[in-house]
Design a protein. Structure first.
Length: 211
């Protein structure tokens, strides 16, 4: 896909949704960090439902440590892999309290050192909580960028590197959210809804559908 076509796609997505954001509910960097950590192999809806019960009770590292692993499990048991996630939440809260004064560090290295936090989660937190022009590549973005030929790559690491090069600065902050939402609701995995797609004429996917 050429530069001009990419630019047209980004302009259309921006015009349609000028201020995109995550569908995870949060009011602080810490709430976002925990929600993203829990969202792996789970839906945002399920995470939001659990957090709506947990956060009124404990929404700081110190408060969650009081609950302990078993206490956290009670709130997140409806989320996939809740046993290991509860362990990671407690370990993460310990590190935040002991090494960062109970605050979420605005540092990629420090974030990726937290249990259960990989590059994608760190990118989401840096982008959404702190406004960094990072691009987190999840399954939706990987699919959409390959299918449309916006930035075809063989793995997420290559794609992140490529997107940081080809996405103009003015679009970097919001790129992740635009493409996640597009992949979640329009360019879905099994049968993309090409007939409802606002970038259908720019997309280079050869097997477009009428849905």
């Amino acid at each position: 896909m050429n530069k001009d076509k990419r630019h047209q796609i980004l302009v259309r997505l921006r015009d349609y949704n000028p201020h995109p954001t995550t569908e995870l509910n949060f009011t602080s960097p810490f709430e976002l960090l925990i929600a993203v950590l829990l969202s792996a192999q789970a839906t945002d809806v399920s995470v939001n439902k659990a957090m709506a019960e947990l956060y009124p009770v404990a929404n700081t590292p110190a408060a969650i440590l009081v609950l302990g692993v078993d206490g956290v499990k009670e709130y997140i048991k409806t989320i996939g892999l809740f046993n290991s996630k509860a362990e990671n939440v407690i370990k993460t809260c310990c590190i935040l309290v002991e090494q960062h004064g109970g605050e979420v560090p605005e540092s990629r290295e420090a974030l990726e050192a937290l249990p259960g936090v990989g590059r994608k989660t760190a990118n989401v937190v840096l982008n959404t909580a702190f406004g960094w022009p990072t691009i987190a590549v999840d399954t939706h973005i990987f699919r959409v960028c390959n299918r449309t030929r916006f930035a075809p790559c063989k793995n997420v690491e290559q794609m992140e590197e490529k997107l940081l090069k080809v996405v103009p600065k003015e679009f970097k902050i919001d790129f992740h959210h635009w493409f996640v939402l597009h992949g979640r609701y329009i360019c879905i995995a099994r049968k993309p809804r090409c007939g409802s797609c606002l970038i259908e004429d720019l997309c280079e996917f050869p097997e477009k559908t009428k849905v």
